[in-house]
Design a protein around this ligand. Sequence first.
Ligand SMILES: [Zn+2]
Length: 217
Amino acid sequence: MNKKFVISLIGAPASGKGYIASCLTDELKKHYGFKDGDIADISTGELIRREKKEHTQLGQLLEKNMKEGGLAPDSIINQMLIDELHRVQAKVLILDGYPRTVGQVSMFGKLMKWFNCAVIFRDTPTDLILERVKNRRICAVCGKGQEVTNGRCEFCGGELIKRKDDAVLPDRLAEYEQETKPAVMELKQHDNFFEYEGTAEGEEIAREFCAANKKYL
Ligand SMILES: [Zn+2]
C-alpha cells in the first residue's frame, strides 16, 4: 500500500462520529495489523484552533474572517486540510466532519488524486439526536456528566448546566441540514460512498467498511 487512505466521516452534529472513528481504529488494529502511529484522527475544528493559536498566516486570515461574522471560507479550510494530510505520517487518516459544504466537496474530488478516499455517512434523524441530548447535563461544580433528574448534581449537589455544545446544538443541526445535506447528495456520486442507518452499530459499520475497502488497507 503506497497511497494514504483518507476516510471521511459525515453525519449530523452529535450523531456519534467520534464513536465511529474509535470503532474503525479498533477494527484496523485488531484485524488488519495496524499500530497506533499508523492511524491519525484529523478534525478541521482542531486544525482551525491550532492555526489561530499559532498565529500562522492561515490562522490570521481565519481570525479576520470570523471577526467579520463569517464562517471560515472553504478555500482556507481546503488548503489547511491538504497541508495537514500531506504532513501527517500515518497510513490511515480519519477525517471528522469534512467535507461539510458543497464547496468543500469539489476539493474532496481533487484529494482523490493524491490519496485513496472513502466516505462513511451515517444518517441519523435530527429529532433522534435532539431527543438523545435533551436530558444531558454536566455539573457546574465537579464537571461530571449525568442525566438531569432532580435538578442537582448527584455527586456534589452542584448546579447542573447544559454542555456548551448541546446548548448550540439546534443551530448546528439547522446548519447541517442547510449546508451539509446538499454536500452529502454530491458525495453520493463518488464510487467510495458508504451509507449506514443511524441505528447501525459502530462495530458493525467498521467491520463492513474495512472489509469492503481491503484493497486500500
Ligand atoms: Zn457535581
